[in-house]
Write a protein of this length. Structure first.
Length: 149
């Protein structure tokens, strides 16, 4: 938890004595809980609190080069990129997020980020890559990372 003392910002972290990495079932439940977090109605795509999208599987440097004030801006940009590189996803002519839910996407799905403490409590760490995004991004993350370490 962040706190400020004499204009200095400190981040206080709790030490958690972990016992083992969570099972796949526990990981799936945790991801489901995160995705079900209620998203504010007027939120743009990106991390909680605003800013550029952090997502390892989408940009090589993990942080988008562009700010997206709205989901429509993100959609338009992705369609322009696909057009410039003459790429299409399967048989889609364009990306359309208009019928998708915006969800809290936890995309850094390494097994080591899902730990169980000595009391059996599940803990999730590494929240840098949590963003409010169309649910397609969560499906993409699941398809590319869930089986990996």
């Amino acid at each position: 938890m962040p706190c400020s003392v004499n204009d200095n910002l400190y981040l206080i972290m709790e030490f958690i004595q972990t016992d083992h990495i969570a099972s796949d079932i526990q990981r799936a439940r945790a991801i489901s809980d995160i995705v079900s977090i209620e998203v504010p109605l007027d939120i743009g795509p990106g991390p909680i609190g605003g800013g550029r999208i952090h997502m390892r599987i989408f940009w090589n440097d993990q942080i988008s080069d562009v700010d997206y004030p709205s989901i429509q801006d993100l959609e338009d940009h992705l369609n322009r990129v696909l057009e410039v590189f003459e790429m299409r996803i399967k048989e889609l002519d364009y990306i359309d997020f208009s019928h998708e839910r915006i969800v809290c996407c936890y995309t850094d799905l390494k097994k080591a980020h899902f730990l169980v403490d000595i009391n059996g409590q599940l803990w999730v760490s590494a929240f840098r890559q949590v963003n409010f995004l169309p649910e397609t991004f969560m499906y993409f993350a699941l398809g590319h990372q869930l089986g990996g370490d």
